[in-house]
Structures are given as C-alpha cells and as structure tokens.
Design a protein around this ligand. Structure first.
Ligand SMILES: Nc1ncnc2c1ncn2[C@@H]1O[C@H](COP(=O)(O)OP(=O)(O)OP(=O)(O)O)[C@@H](O)[C@H]1O
Ligand SMILES: [Mg+2]
Length: 512
C-alpha cells in the first residue's frame, strides 16, 4: 500500500511536533525539520532566524543544507534589508519567486544567494500573541519553487517551530535564573561558614544570659526582632543565632548592610531589577527580598536606611508584595525580618531622621546587647576561647594567660567590645613565642587605663601570680617534663623554695 501525499504530510507533522516537545536546542530542531520535510517539499536550505526587537537585529541561529558548511551562523545583522523586515511590515509570510529581482535585500545577502544559486525563498514569521521571535526561512535553487499547497504546509510547521522557540527561550531564562540564585546562595553560605561559629555566643554573666533567653524566646515566633547594641557587641551573631533557632533554619540567611551600600543602589539591592531598568542594569538581578523567601532577611545598620526608602520598606513589610525595578509583575516573598543598629533609633525618630511608623513596625521584639564593660565577668572565658581558636589556627601551643595580662583585659574599657577583644587576642597570639600568652602593651587602642595599677604591683606579687598561673596550667604538678618547674624554666627544688617563701601552699593554689 502506498501512502497518499496527505498521509505523508500528516505523518511528517506528527514527527515534527513530537520531536519539538523535547527540543531545547535550535541546531537539533532544524535537523529534525530537515529530515522530516525533505521528502515532501523541495528546498536546498532551511534556516532559523531570530529577531531581537530591542536591538533591531536578526541572526541566523541554525542552518541546514549544503550552505551550512559555508555560511556562518550566529552573526547579528541589522533587520533593515533582511527578508524578516518585509515579513514584519506585512505581518504575514513572504514568498519571493525570483530572489535576483528583489531590490530590498542587503547587498551581502544578495551576494550569498547569488553565490549559492538560490533562486526562490519563503519566509514564515514565528509570531505568537503578537510577539515575533524571528522567521523560518526556506530556499530553493529553482525559481518559483513553492506552490500554494507547499506554503500552507510550511506555515503550519512554523506554528510548531514558534512554540519550540518559545520553550527554548523559557528554558534559557530558567537556567539563567537558577544559576544566579544558586551563585548568590553559595556566596552567602560561604560567608557564614568563614566568618561565624553559629551558635557560639559565649558568656555566663547575668547580662548575657538575659540576651540568650530573649533570643530563645523570640526565635520560634517569626516576629521581627530589633537588635540594638554598641559596635562589636555581637548583634550579627545574635541575628544568626535567632535564624538558627527558628523554624526557618533550613532556609537562607540573607544579609544586607544598609550602611555599606550607596543609597542610590540600595533600592535595587532590596527589590532586584529587570534588565535595562536603569543605566548599568545590564542583566536581571534578584533582590534580597526574593532571595530571602522561606528564610530570614537581616537588615544590618537599619538606622542608615535613607528616609526616602523607609515608606517603601514599611509598605512591603505590611503586604509582603513588591515589584522589581523596571518590572511590572507583582512578586511575593515570605521572609522573617531581623534588623540591627548601633544607633539609638528612638532618638533618630525624635530628630526626624527615622520614620516613627517604620520604627513601631520594627520595634516588635527589641533585644539590647550590653557592652562588654558591663559584663566584665565574661572576659576571661571569651579570652580563653579566642586564644584557643587563634592558637589552633596558627598551630601554636599556648596554655596560659598570665594573670596580669588577664587583669589588664578585664580592666580595659573595650570601646570596640568583643570584636576589639578578639582582634587584640589575635595580635597577641601572633606575637607570642612561648606557651604563655604575650599581650603587647600597644594592643589596647585607647590606652592601658586600669591596667597600670597591675603593671606597677610589687615584683613579689607578679612572681606569685606567675607561679600560680603555671601551677594552674599544669593542674598542680610541679616536677616532671610537663610540670610547672619545667614550664617556668626552673629546677624543681628552686620552684619549691620560692613557693615556700611566697607562701604558696597547696590550699592557696585553689581548686582551679
Ligand atoms: N557572645 C559572643 N561569643 C563569642 N563571640 C562573639 C560574641 N559576641 C560577638 N562575638 C564575636 O565578635 C565579633 C563581632 O560580632 P558581630 O559582628 O556580631 O558584632 P556587631 O554588633 O554586629 O558589630 P557591628 O556593630 O560593628 O556591626 C564577631 O567576630 C563575633 O563572632
Ligand atoms: Mg554587625
């Protein structure tokens, strides 16, 4: 049984549409077309032409036929002088029965047709919902190659190709978006791992215990938390601890420092923008609101949020909806908001530098982290922790912090709070050669203050403390290679007689 021409056409169409559903790549798409159509219609080349309306350019995206080896693809040309220009003008397919007599084509295109002896052509628009993606171009070496019936089939095929092109475009877009989101998440998570030990808020003073309790109370509620405190007190650490203890701990923790970004760019950092939304917006960018979807958004230095952005933030917090800059689509993001500031927000409100309505919206659950000078009892623990951390990192063995050094640490005013303490100890560990921590005198940026009293204490006191420190470090063991005598570079008998002279007895050593 032989198949009729219409059966063949039907079968070809089925083949094509099946192949297109899965096709995401133009070259493969065109090969499929070439294979299925060649038995039905005479053509010597087949091209998929893409149109970029913004730039008014066209480019051959894929080409099949013997021309393919000679004509380069992927080169942009102006739409003027191309067959697509005529297609767009007519808003209909364009059939040219004798290419040599067509005066509207660009000279180099005419030259190509002449060189490859293309005589007639048919160009079908790839248009859907009023949007043109380009055209499908059929060419033949015979003049007047295509009859009405052929053209009808080609138009039919073009409708399938349009959908395939739209799919390919959508896939491209999704791939690009996913890549961007993943990039930003990886970056954020790396930042967390490098800089922070998540749940390590150290301290046992009543002041810090109160803060830890507030964090534990606020974390599971999902409410906005306003974290206040001087610089370096641990506001960011507290924010990360809240995120970790919340139901969103599996989501992303997204941070934006309002003081670190020029005010003009802040809005687009938060909202994201579409390609071309403003000069320099060369591609679409996802904003922090969107990135924080399902997670936590931490706005640091909220006191620096420019006044003109404040009503916008308030509106977004109230209805959870926003648009990207230059975008028309309304987006929704479900994030938990944490904010921090080292400024007195209430005072800013009084000075009209911060909007009262936004302040009340943020001041749902305020937590104030006390400065280090109000919880000096935490200093020894913090100091030991940081010394251990840096010594391990630098491969050093430091097992004692001399008591006069510890006293100096406890007496200092710490205007830079825990961050300053950490930096001082990092420098000290770097400069320490032996097993006892050496703190350089110039380590304290604002002078040694209360430490001076300890520095001029009688020599006997210093010696006494020194020996006690060594005994503590060795858990009371005096002799042997790991004993206090070896640590101090003394003979066992010498140490024992000095201890006797200074009145250091077993009980005076204490349980510690
Ligand atoms: N309770 C704590 N235990 C251990 N480390 C802490 C504690 N609090 C803060 N730190 C450490 O001190 C440093 C400063 O903390 P953080 O960045 O959270 O302070 P901040 O209040 O956000 O500072 P700034 O106001 O300057 O932004 C960090 O290295 C942090 O890990
Ligand atoms: Mg901070």
């Amino acid at each position: 049984m032989t198949l009729s021409a219409s059966d063949l056409r039907y079968r070809a169409l089925l083949e094509i549409s099946e192949a297109f559903v899965a096709c995401r790549e133009y070259g493969a798409l065109l090969e499929t077309l070439w294979g299925s159509l060649r038995a039905l219609i005479r053509f010597d080349y087949l091209a998929l032409v893409r149109y970029d309306a913004d730039r008014a350019t066209v480019r051959v995206e894929a080409l099949a036929g013997d021309l393919a080896q000679h004509v380069p693809v992927g080169i942009d040309h102006p739409v003027q002088g191309s067959p697509l220009e005529i297609v767009l003008e007519r808003n209909a397919p364009f059939y040219c029965a004798d290419v040599a007599r067509e005066a509207r084509f660009r000279p180099d295109l005419m030259e190509t047709f002449r060189k490859f002896e293309i005589r007639s052509g048919f160009w079908v628009p790839l248009t859907r919902d009023g949007r043109n993606h380009g055209c499908l171009s059929f060419g033949s070496r015979s003049a007047g190659a295509y009859g009405a019936e052929d053209r009808e089939l080609m138009e039919h095929i073009a409708r399938h190709v349009t959908i395939a092109v739209e799919n390919a475009l959508a896939f491209e877009e999704i791939r690009e978006l996913r890549r961007k989101i993943e990039d930003e998440k990886i970056y954020l998570e790396q930042e967390i791992r490098q800089e922070y030990r998540l749940d390590e808020m150290i301290g046992t003073s009543p002041a810090i215990r109160k803060v830890l309790k507030q964090i534990a109370t606020a974390a599971p509620t999902g409410s906005t938390v306003l974290i206040q405190g001087e610089t370096g007190t641990g506001k960011e650490l507290a924010a990360r601890a809240i995120h970790q203890a919340s139901r969103r701990s599996q989501g992303t923790f997204v941070k934006l420092n309002c003081a670190a970004i020029p005010p003009a760019l802040l809005e687009s950092e938060l909202l994201g923008h579409e390609k071309g939304a403003f000069t320099g917006a060369i591609s679409r960018r996802i904003g922090r609101f969107e990135l924080a979807h399902g997670g936590t958004l931490f706005l640091d230095e909220i006191g620096e949020l420019p006044l003109e952005l404040q009503p916008k933030l308030l509106r977004i917090l109230q209805d959870g909806q926003f648009e990207r800059l230059g975008g028309t689509r309304t987006l929704h993001s479900d994030f938990r908001l944490l904010v921090a500031t080292n400024r007195d927000l209430r005072a800013l409100v009084q000075q009209k530098l911060f909007r009262a309505d936004l302040f009340y919206r943020l001041n749902v659950f305020p937590i104030t982290i006390p400065p280090l000078r109000e919880r000096r009892e935490d200093i020894p623990m913090l100091a030991r922790y940081f010394v251990q951390e840096f010594a391990a990192r630098m491969g050093k063995h430091i097992d004692a912090i001399p008591s006069e050094a510890m006293e100096a640490l406890q007496n200092y005013s710490w205007p830079g709070n825990i961050r300053e303490l950490r930096n001082v100890l990092e420098r000290s560990v770097i400069l320490t050669a032996g097993r006892r921590l050496y703190i350089p005198r110039d380590a304290f940026e604002f002078g040694f203050e209360g430490a001076s009293a300890a520095a001029v204490a009688p020599l006997a006191d210093a010696e006494r403390r020194h020996i006690l420190e060594a005994l503590r470090a060795t858990a009371g063991v005096i002799g042997g290679p790991k004993g206090a005598a070896a640590l101090l570079g003394l003979k066992r008998s010498t140490l024992q007689s000095r201890m006797a002279k200074l009145g250091i007895t077993r009980s005076a050593r204490g349980p510690d």
